[in-house]
Design a protein around this ligand. Structure first.
Ligand SMILES: CC(C)(COP(=O)(O)OP(=O)(O)OC[C@H]1O[C@@H](n2cnc3c(N)ncnc32)[C@H](O)[C@@H]1OP(=O)(O)O)[C@@H](O)C(=O)NCCC(=O)NCCS
Length: 157
């Protein structure tokens, strides 16, 4: 089986990314965030110290999923901001592939630690992160208003 390519987001991908986002999260990201990332070839510098990166999986204009993360600070931290797979393409290893892609990219950027927030009820996302050797390190009470976030982290070797 040939895997779909993982690559930087393009403007042509916006419709499918926005559709996945709106179907995946109760509080989807504003469309303008994806637009800015696509306009900048998937790398958006916030300041001298921080860059947000977004890669998608699939053909131009027909995306199966995406991952977005930021890299920041002199100590080289990584923070996974968003990860989603189209509902028709879940449970086929696509989420795992995109997470691995993101972690490998961070490692090659010499990132030392990575973390993310996940809803405590999001068992399949938690399963994915634990498969990738991430561990629960903290809880943010009320992070999602009605629900706590669990903080997962990984220190690169
Ligand atoms: C979380 C998400 C990205 C997982 O994507 P995916 O492509 O289904 O994940 P994978 O196919 O790589 O699955 C990884 C593991 O989880 C399991 N899994 C994932 N979803 C599952 C489900 N609904 N039922 C049973 N198993 C599931 C897989 O079997 C696999 O386990 P294994 O490797 O031990 O066999 C996807 O469900 C999604 O987009 N959810 C909505 C957005 C979201 O919650 N994002 C995370 C925010 S923190």
């Amino acid at each position: 089986m040939t895997h779909s390519k993982i690559r930087a987001i393009h403007l042509e991908d916006l419709d499918s990314v926005i559709e996945i986002e709106q179907n995946s999260f109760p509080n989807p990201w504003d469309q303008s965030i994806f637009f800015q990332l696509a306009l900048n070839g998937g790398r958006f510098p916030i300041d001298d110290d921080t860059v947000v990166i977004m890669d998608v999986m699939g053909k131009k204009g027909s995306v199966l999923g995406y991952v977005a993360w930021e890299e920041y600070g002199e100590d080289k931290h990584g923070h996974i901001l968003n990860l989603a797979v189209h509902s028709a393409h879940r449970k086929k290893g696509n989420g795992q592939r995109m997470l691995n892609h993101c972690l490998t990219s961070m490692k090659s950027s010499k990132i030392e630690t990575c973390e993310l927030e996940v809803r405590e009820s999001n068992h399949w996302a938690i399963h994915l992160y634990e498969n990738a050797r991430m561990t629960a390190v903290d809880r943010r009470v009320g992070y999602y208003e009605s629900e706590d976030a669990i903080i997962y982290a990984l220190t690169f070797d």
